[in-house]
Design a protein around this ligand. Structure first.
Ligand code: SF4
Length: 490
């Protein structure tokens, strides 16, 4: 167990792609030995220790560099329940050290040219470029505040290369025109309803199109998941095109897990060109949840926050990650997942802040069964000044059976209170009871300030969605708000 790291090592050790000189190899061996013993260092070559309260973030099984995923808890990493989530440890220690503000910065993905290489020569080289010994002597004479600023600036330049330039500031879209009809409705103050339709597990679109048609008149946009539970299905890009061809507006989900930085940029350009304008950015379920044989399970190229940051910069600044100009940038409305079921909401809200700062314009939340917890989540967002900065669509799904309730309660990031489980267990008709529970949740949640709509995730039971929308009064609410919006803009 490394000295200053509260977990055991997870990631494999990294080795450089380039042949190193003898001095470099010696330095790598020294750095690996010292930082390995102290921090469990795996030589990722892109060190964040200064920002992460001296706990190596590469202990995360997903290799996340911008905070915990939605499924983790302070007690357990959901990928490996025998260990704590390393990101909760980072937040706890940063809080104690008064360094939690540093965690709001959006950290870049790994620069693989540096992976496995030594960093100490790099630090010395960078300092020499800034003036080396001369600069050190002049700084020693400078006031303490100036010294601190110069030190922080130096570290910032090391960890934030010119192609990334992440920060902790809010980045609001510079575009005045809505990218999609969904965005336009939300801008006008209309109440919206979206729903998820599972992509087919075959190459035939027939059944899928039938499910789409069931929802036709009752919803504003349809979500297509990206290989949910790390299991292959029809791509959300193909589903989105089928959706457009059938007269509905798609929300294409992108799970960062299945892309590298190159692939995701080309996919988004293509999606925008095809008329797909709503994109929901997710990190994705861990590969170990999927069927065997498992694909690579340790390090992912990008996480959801990095994905949001990249897409916003493509759209608003008109360049690729490699800084090439994009003549016609993509026109997209960027969404993210909201996680209201976290056992430590204060940490989760810091992560939501990061998503909004990076460029998220709407949240579709995880499933809500614990209404009180959701209310606390909204209150914390409000206290952090975030409620007016992002549109929130509350996630709902009816529970189909007692067995489904048990299974859903095991899904990372979902929490069904004991009272609801008991209701399902004692119900004569559990299926109908699940519908009634969902309606009661909608009834309470639709009155909460900050909720701009609902997102239905009735996976495999899409046919129930129109009934829920009609009987819960959501259709009336949609129409009333639409009329009010039209009046105020007319
Ligand atoms: S962030 Fe990278 S370089 Fe720093 S301790 Fe962790 S693995 Fe080592």
């Amino acid at each position: 167990m490394p000295g200053f790291t509260p977990g055991r090592r997870w990631q494999p050790a990294y080795y450089p792609f380039h042949r190193s000189s003898l001095p470099q190899s010696i330095m790598v061996a020294v750095e690996r030995t010292v930082k390995g013993a102290l921090f469990g260092c795996r030589m990722c070559g892109n060190c964040l220790l200064q920002e992460t309260a001296f706990i190596c973030p590469m202990e995360c099984p997903k290799g996340l560099r911008n905070g915990p995923c939605g499924g983790s808890t302070p007690e357990h990493c959901y990928v490996d329940p025998t260990r704590p989530c390393i990101w909760y440890k980072i937040y706890e220690r940063a809080e104690k050290m008064g360094r939690s503000g540093r965690l709001l910065e959006i950290f870049p993905p790994l620069d693989w040219d540096k992976v496995g290489a030594d960093q100490w020569f790099g630090v010395i080289g960078a300092w020499n470029k800034k003036g080396g010994l001369k600069a050190t002597l002049s700084l020693l004479k400078a006031p303490a505040e100036e010294r601190k600023q110069a030190y922080e600036r130096f570290l910032y330049d090391l960890r934030q290369p010119s192609w990334w330039q992440g920060d902790a500031l809010a980045h609001v879209s510079s575009r005045s025109e809505p990218a999609s009809s969904l965005q336009e409705k939300l801008c006008l103050g209309q109440f919206v309803v979206t729903a998820e339709v599972s992509p087919p597990i075959s190459a035939s679109p027939d059944e899928f199109v039938k499910k789409l048609m069931l929802l036709n008149d009752t919803i504003d946009a349809v979500n297509f998941t990206d290989n949910p539970s790390a299991t292959s299905r029809m791509s959300p890009l193909a589903c989105s095109v089928l959706c457009l061809q059938n007269g509905l507006e798609p929300i294409m989900q992108i799970a960062a897990r299945d892309y590298n930085r190159m692939g995701v940029q080309s996919t988004v350009l293509g999606a925008s060109a095809l008329g797909i304008r709503n994109i929901l950015c997710l990190t994705g379920d861990h590969s170990s949840l999927g069927p065997q044989p498992h694909s690579r399970m340790d390090i992912w190229d990008i996480d959801s926050i990095q994905l949001i940051w990249m897409l916003r910069r493509m759209r608003d600044e008109g360049h690729f990650l490699d800084e090439r100009e994009i003549k016609f940038p993509p026109s997209i409305f960027i969404g993210a997942a909201g996680s209201p079921n976290s056992s430590t909401l204060s940490i989760q809200v810091q992560r939501e802040t990061k998503k909004i700062n990076a460029g998220a314009q709407f949240f579709q939340t995880n499933l809500i069964y614990d209404v009180d917890l959701f209310e606390q989540y909204l209150a914390l967002l409000d206290r952090s000044g975030l409620l007016g900065q992002v549109y929130i669509l509350a996630g709902v799904a009816p529970i189909r059976s007692v067995k489904a309730a048990y299974m859903m309660n095991k899904v990372p990031g979902v929490h069904i209170p004991e009272t609801i489980i008991k209701r399902m267990e004692s119900a004569k008709d559990p299926k109908e009871e699940g519908v009634q529970v969902a309606m009661e949740i909608i009834e309470k949640v639709k009155k909460f300030r900050g909720v701009n709509g609902f997102h239905f995730m009735a996976v495999g039971w899409e046919s129930i969605v129109p009934r829920l929308i009609l009987e819960s009064g959501l259709q009336d609410l949609r129409l009333r708000r639409t009329a009010a919006g039209n009046l105020s803009t007319g």
